[in-house]
Design a binder for this molecule. Structure first.
Ligand SMILES: CC(=O)SCCNC(=O)CCNC(=O)[C@H](O)C(C)(C)COP(=O)(O)OP(=O)(O)OC[C@H]1O[C@@H](n2cnc3c(N)ncnc32)[C@H](O)[C@@H]1OP(=O)(O)O
Ligand SMILES: CC(C)C(=O)C(=O)O
Length: 659
């Protein structure tokens, strides 16, 4: 049968709550400033909804977890359902599983034989809560019980009488304390006036409610069948009209049929509810009971302590899912595996910036003692670390991701804080890989791509590999002395050479063959570029260049720089040059390595048609001075001749100081 063109012929809308004319609702102006009493019904409402209800051993495991989380009221069984459930309650009590401050709740229908059995299960309990229930809405009265309103009240009152008598007897025997939790099952579909009338009759029959020893009324949304604001209205109406208000506590028991169980609960609390009955991860009949984890963490994210500890949420989720033989959808609030992961580029960019900015803000608070370490993070409403997650999955990279995603992964895994334009450049590499495979780029794929691209893997792919080098100061005032660095990363002995005239002499393997290259210039960078130009006919320049201290036990220096073809100006977007990375304990070595890393990228790049690495034996060193060297010499000596390169070389030879 297709869906109806006019569903009003089949479905009735919810009714208005009979507030007096002009009544102004209080709940829209309220705020929840303290946690409610939490009642976990995982072992009852949750259990009765399972394909395979839990064994008592599994229930015990879950009970212990609930205690560990901090629940002080736990509904443990429907003891009248059979010996297994009955025995579970007995075992908890007899084996001293119940901490002093935890109350055991059991549920019973309003039938005297079943009430008797249920209360018997609690013999010896310290604090027992008797959850007495019967459905009271019109359809249940008419169809299930075939009762009038009066008969419904009689059924309820007779049951209350039995509960009162049996609990008083048990109290006389053992000193046990009992609380009545009377559930108006299907409250949310019941005429509000009738619900109040019934509640008042229960209160009168119980006859001993006090502010210290309240009667609980469970206002169950057994089936969620209207918007959350209507549920809040119903709770506020009951709250306004029930007698002995100080001696009554309103308990909220929402289900999630419309997908708004959490909202209904939050509004129900604003309307006067002080207790919430639900299950971890929203297990329960049909679409489930309300999820207590979501509720608790919603409060927490507002700065209100829930009084429940979800510091290790992943482990809790794992235990609950095992016990319930269920799974959590990946997008499930707080507990889903993807809720703290951003794939989309602009989200990643904002999160990465947010983390950096927050680290700076918090560091300032630590340093100055002023302000507070508030959480203010784009897209992430709660700190995943509070719940036992790390930040490693915050950003995951797919074809929908941007530069910040890959950059974040690299920073998290390798500590490299890439300059913005390099992020753009590396993103291009990741993006094309992603589009090739149409799959997520995992952390290991991204880090491997990074190491390969920039020659940081154990077997770097590039054609050039710097094995060792000497930097020889050429300043006339200083004695030539050799500053040596090699791949072994010796102590950082090399001073910063920018500005000083130096000679670079390096052992470099080119396609597996070791070559010696030599070049001169002001500082290591120009000298190395000169050597590449002179001896390998690689004519390149360095564009943007950034160095970063890598903290850790063995602090190192990372250099990120852009190798460009002479005369090209890299665009802001990162296009143009090829980036290289060098790492060393010594900044000059990291610089040299970064140049070679970038050159390797450029050599493999189609944009370098003229680049070829020559393998001819080295020409006469003195005849091979490059233009840059000549320029340096001219600067130093005052010679300012403009000649052809050949002429310049002759000029140079005549003025060059002895090496
Ligand atoms: C909304 C909720 O979650 S309520 C909790 C529901 N949980 C469970 O039912 C789990 C445990 N239940 C059981 O094991 C069984 O239902 C038992 C042992 C309690 C009762 O079993 P049975 O005697 O076979 O009854 P059955 O399960 O068919 O229940 C329906 C009967 O109980 C009556 N009934 C239903 N709810 C109630 C109630 N709260 N109070 C009194 N009677 C009730 C029905 O009107 C019906 O009576 P009828 O047979 O005279 O027409
Ligand atoms: C019996 C009550 C508490 C119930 O489980 C419900 O209404 O969903």
């Amino acid at each position: 049968m297709p869906m109806l063109a006019d569903p009003s012929t089949k479905y009735l809308p919810y009714l208005d709550v009979p507030f007096p004319e002009g009544y102004v609702r209080r709940w829209p102006n309220e705020r929840t400033r303290a946690a409610p009493i939490w009642l976990s019904t995982d072992l009852r409402d949750g259990n009765q909804a399972l394909v395979n209800p839990m064994s008592n051993a599994t229930k015990l495991e879950l009970f212990r977890l609930l205690v560990k989380i901090g629940f002080k009221q736990i509904e443990v069984a429907y003891p009248a359902s059979g010996d297994t459930e009955f025995q579970f309650v007995r075992d908890l009590i007899e084996n001293n599983e119940v901490p002093e401050d935890v109350a055991l709740q059991i549920i019973t229908p309003a039938r005297s034989d079943l009430i008797t059995k249920s209360i018997a299960s609690l013999a010896g309990v310290k604090h027992g809560i008797i959850h007495l229930y019967n459905a009271v809405s019109p359809v249940f009265r008419e169809v299930v019980f075939r009762n009038t309103k009066e008969q419904t009240i009689d059924l309820t009152i007779n049951a209350v009488k039995v509960v009162k008598k049996l609990t008083e007897e048990e109290t006389a025997r053992s000193g046990a304390r009992f609380t009545l939790n009377y559930c108006l099952e299907t409250f949310s579909q019941t005429e509000p006036e009738f619900a109040v009338e019934l509640g008042n009759r229960v209160l009168a029959e119980w006859g001993k409610a006090t502010p210290e020893d309240k009667v609980y009324f469970n206002l169950a949304a057994t089936v969620e069948s209207a918007p959350s604001n209507q549920y809040a209205d119903l709770v506020e109406y009951f709250n306004n009209n029930i007698n002995q208000r100080d001696s009554v506590l309103l308990s909220i028991h929402p289900h999630n049929d419309r997908g708004t169980g959490v909202a209904a609960t939050e509004l129900g609390l604003l309307a006067g509810g002080k207790r919430v009955e639900g299950c971890l991860l929203g297990n329960g009949e049909r679409t489930g009971n309300v999820d207590l984890i979501t509720l608790a963490l919603n409060l927490y994210s507002q700065g209100v302590s829930p009084g429940l500890d979800f510091s290790n949420l992943p482990e809790i989720v794992q235990v609950v899912c095992r016990c319930n033989e269920s799974a959590v959808p990946v997008r499930y609030p707080y507990a889903g595996t993807l809720v703290f992961s951003a794939f989309a580029g602009t989200h990643q960019d904002a999160i990465k910036k947010g983390l950096d900015a927050q680290a700076a803000r918090w560091e300032k608070v630590d340093r100055t003692g002023e302000g507070k370490k508030y959480w203010a993070m784009p897209y992430i409403p709660i700190d995943p670390k509070d719940l036992g997650y790390g930040y490693e999955n915050l950003i995951r990279v797919s074809s929908q991701s941007g530069k910040a995603g890959s950059a974040y992964v690299i920073k998290q895994t390798l500590q490299f804080d890439l300059p913005r334009r390099m992020q753009v450049s590396f993103y291009g590499i990741v993006q094309s890989e992603c589009e090739k495979t149409s799959k997520e780029m995992t952390t290991s794929l991204i880090t491997n791509a990074f190491k390969q691209q920039y020659g940081l893997s154990s077997k770097p792919l590039g054609r050039l590999h710097l094995q060792s080098y000497n930097l020889i100061p050429l300043s006339p005032s200083s004695e030539p002395s050799s500053l040596v660095s090699d791949e072994a990363d010796g102590p950082p002995t090399t001073p910063e050479h920018v500005g000083d005239l130096v000679r670079f002499e390096g052992q470099i393997s080119v396609d597996g063959r070791t070559r010696t290259i030599t070049g001169d210039g002001r500082g290591a960078q120009l000298a190395l570029l000169d050597a590449l130009r002179s001896d390998l006919e690689l004519e390149v320049d360095v564009g943007e260049s950034v160095q970063q201290n890598l903290p850790g036990e063995n602090p190192k220096m990372a250099t990120y720089l852009e190798v460009v073809l002479p005369g090209t100006s890299p665009s802001k977007s990162g296009a143009g040059g090829v980036w290289g990375v060098g790492v060393s304990r010594d900044s000059t070595t990291s610089l040299c390595r970064a140049i070679i890393s970038g050159v390797n990228g450029l050599v493999g790049d189609k944009r370098l048609p003229r680049a070829k690495m020559v393998f001819t034996p080295r020409r006469d060193q003195s005849a091979q001075r490059s233009e840059s060297w000549l320029r340096e010499v001219k600067l130093r000596t005052g010679h300012a001749v403009v000649r052809t390169p050949e002429q310049e070389r002759s000029e140079f030879i005549s003025v060059a100081p002895p090496l």
